[in-house]
Design a protein around this ligand. Sequence first.
Ligand code: UD1
Ligand code: CA
Length: 475
Amino acid sequence: MSGSAGVTGALVLAAGKGTRMKSDLPKVLLPILDQPVLYYALRALEKLAVEGAVHDTAVVVGHRGELARDYLAAEWPGVIPIWQHEQLGTGHAVQIAREWWEGFDHLFVLPGDVPMLTGATLARLAEDHKKEGADCSFISFEAANPHGYGRVVHSGGGVSIVEEKDATEEERLLSEVNSGVYIFKVSSLLPHIYRLSSENAQGEFYLPDIIKMMGREGMSVRAVAEGREDEFRGINTPAQLAEAVALIKQNIVEGMLAGGVRMADPSSVWIGPGVAIEQDVHLEPFVQIWGSTSIGAGSRIGPFSVLRNMTIGRGVDVASHAVLSDSALGEGAKAGPFIVVRDGAEFAPHSYGGKFVEVKKSEIGKRSKVPHLAYIGDSTLGEDVNIGAGTITCNFDGVNKNRTVIGDRCFIGSDTMLVAPVVLGSDAATAAGSTVTQDVPEGALAVGRARQRNIEGWSGRRKKTGSGEGGRNDG
Ligand code: UD1
Ligand code: CA
């Protein structure tokens, strides 16, 4: 903890229904790219936590709060949910969380619906606030369209915030608005937070009312004009959500371009906020990259490919229409076109999964190839294995998933059915069209198919008898 700077908590307000969104889901759980609205505020705070500027984070949940609680438990286990069963306003949300924050020196309060807010801006706000020894500092900004925001009113040397619904016509013309992002000295917040009243147009306890109250008592309240307007946009309506998606998408893509990622058509490329891409990577049009995917330098991702939670090494070539998830492609590997890779598959360096191939939960050894039309599931392939077209690992017996193990340098003939569990020693081979149900020793050839017979003169006889079926008159 950072001694003199004081212990700082961050309270994210996310209990509201988001009536204007007209959705059954709580507003903060609606997606922006592949993450919920709430993710973005928490990520900004996480950056501060790493720098030691925030020591604890809680989220006030309420409307369908079990969904927000479950999301936090799954994705942000260090973040504490605090229940506000009745949503009586932003001031009320801070009141009900008192037990959690009263032990801190400073408290950030921010809305859960301001996804473009950055950690850097929060850090500057906290720094200014502490340096000036302020009782409350909040971020205000000039809005091109102030509609819906609380207006910041400067009069008689004091500051107050008037909500849109309570504002006079004159006040509505003001363009300086409240971002909803505050930092309080806890000892100054405590005596005021229960003095808010709900006598206003919405019958709610407004947190911004505290600004005027503190100012009146001669406390130091700072309206800090900071950052770009975009950064503080609230997400209240479907149109604002769509705008935020477009802006965040563009920010991410521009950040990638600046980092040396090339795109022929950046507007068609979608990249989630958790993705990391090294320089010299080429993304073809209509690529989508989601989750915690990382891509190493010099790789190429072909058009219409969709990647999620992938670890892609350096110099990897993914052709078009690859659907890759929760798996890894090692350095110099190649995949696609039209390949599905999923559920923890691992391609070793310089291995290859080709056209119309599905690979699930399997390891493909170095330089091994699965070039065409194959299903490889629950399998381990050694190095330099070659899998013929049409090969299937029959991994499911109706009850259990069983493993197939294929040793180094095995050559699997086309259209082999490998009925798991089955083990092939190194340098083994299978004859094309074999159904392999028993283990194959090292170096052996497995032939598991009916021996071919040729029936001489068959087609001539068929013409005479008029029989359509070859199997009938062959005795
Ligand atoms: C709020 C501010 C406004 C500011 C704007 C910035 C108030 C009264 N107004 O307005 O001055 O310009 O943010 O975006 O604070 N919430 C709760 N519990 C509640 C009510 C709300 O947790 O009882 C949460 C909401 O889920 C939301 C956040 O607080 O994430 C802000 O509430 P919202 O209703 O969106 O406030 P605004 O009208 O946007
Ligand atoms: Ca809002």
